[in-house]
Design a protein around this ligand. Structure first.
Ligand code: OSB
Ligand code: MG
Length: 369
């Protein structure tokens, strides 16, 4: 793949409504958009999901910019890549910084698929023509407000409802949602808000028939999660703790989870995501695609990866309109009866719109070999 240039854009997009988790509230989404051009004028697009502040993980928009500019982009220019599967190998001696790596790797995958005139889903080996999706609902000011939101999205057809929990907003909230919606697929995500000392409290959630409880304990733990899983009937799903296939293998071997949330950014890219889903499929571990409040480019990558066979559970990739007045792609991602139709155009299959992108761009820099 002959590269002509790489452009980074620092973006800010106002969210329709703030999103609150146990670690904080997002009002605006800050992220980096990556555009890699080849010599024939094609563009591959990637989106870094690192946030402005290091609250979900240690990466930020500024650290990602630094990693890409000073280490990762020079590696892409100095080496020839025949296939995007080689990119993660090329980056492997750089420790972590997975979201920075994934943003560049994702743009290389999009570019490759466009060069091959294949939809990204097919270039990855995915077969599905539609994917099932759920939605993630942040912590609200009141239970009534949450119940209204659940009703709205159940009505819209979302196949699974995830609610965020934290100490003080957990058992009673789950109980209220379950009472009003006895039959929906329901789960809770704690974003690491508890410790093993809360085991008995968390076990009270077993009575509400949750599909899973996501990342109840520390962001870097798999040991205590294996102890907690033994005390819970509800499957544990790991999010923050899993950064690679190796992490997934260790967590599965320890019995720390029965389900894994794959976020392409957190595991360093699409190639590593493919490997994790294949491993989980072989082990009977459920997998779904998580979200990081992505704009259209990241959303498109999530749609493509979810077509792989290991993604057996509905993910968090909601419609563009869930967060954005106006997304940066055309057409926008839409959800009908809880399904997203997988695009068949080459690459990510949605077209980034430069006029709209420019409106949200704070600053930009272009690099050439
Ligand atoms: O833990 O899955 C998470 C958003 C930001 C950071 C972490 C998480 C989330 C979500 C939202 O749950 C998923 C989405 O709608 O993109
Ligand atoms: Mg999560």
């Amino acid at each position: 793949m002959q590269l002509h240039s790489i452009t980074l854009r620092a973006m800010r997009m106002k969210m329709k409504s703030p999103f609150t988790t146990s670690f904080g509230t997002e009002w605006d989404r800050h992220f980096i958009l990556v555009e890699i051009r080849d010599k024939d004028g094609r563009s591959g697009w990637g989106e870094s999901v690192a946030m402005k502040e290091p609250l979900y993980n240690e990466e930020t928009v500024a650290t990602n910019w630094h990693m890409m500019k000073d280490f990762l982009i020079p590696l892409l220019f100095k080496n020839t890549v025949e296939h995007p599967d080689q990119v993660s190998q090329l980056f492997s001696h750089i420790r972590r910084n997975n979201m920075a790596k994934a943003a560049l790797e994702g743009a290389m995958w999009d570019l490759f698929a466009k060069q091959q005139e294949l939809p990204l889903s097919r270039a990855l080996g995915g077969q599905r023509t539609a994917i099932e999706v759920g939605i993630s609902l942040g912590i609200q000011d009141s239970v009534e407000k949450l119940l209204d939101l659940v009703a709205k999205y159940v009505e819209e057809g979302y196949r699974r409802i995830k609610i965020k929990i934290k100490p003080g907003w957990d058992v009673a909230v789950v109980e209220a949602v379950r009472r009003q919606f006895p039959d929906i697929l329901l789960m809770a995500d704690a974003n690491s808000a508890y410790t093993l000392a809360d085991s008995d409290h968390l076990a009270r959630l077993d009575q509400y028939n949750l599909m899973m409880i996501e990342q109840p304990l520390s962001h870097d733990d798999i040991i205590d999660h294996s102890k907690l899983q033994k005390k819970l009937q509800t499957p544990i799903c790991l999010d923050e703790s899993i950064h690679s296939l190796e992490d997934a293998r260790k967590a599965v071997e320890l019995g720390s989870c029965r389900i894994i949330n794959i976020k392409v950014g957190r595991v360093g890219g699409l190639t590593e995501s493919k490997r994790i889903q294949a491993y989980c499929l072989s082990q009977g571990i459920g997998v779904w695609c998580g979200g990081m409040l992505e704009a259209g480019v990241g959303r498109a990558h999530n749609v493509a990866v979810t077509t792989l066979p290991g993604f057996t559970l509905p993910g968090d990739t909601a419609a563009s309109s869930r967060y954005w007045e106006q997304d940066i792609i055309e057409p926008e991602v839409t959800v009908d009866k809880g399904l997203i139709q997988v695009p068949s155009a080459p690459g990510i299959g949605y077209c980034p719109v430069r006029r709209i992108i420019d409106e949200y761009t704070l600053y930009t820099e272009t690099f050439r070999p």
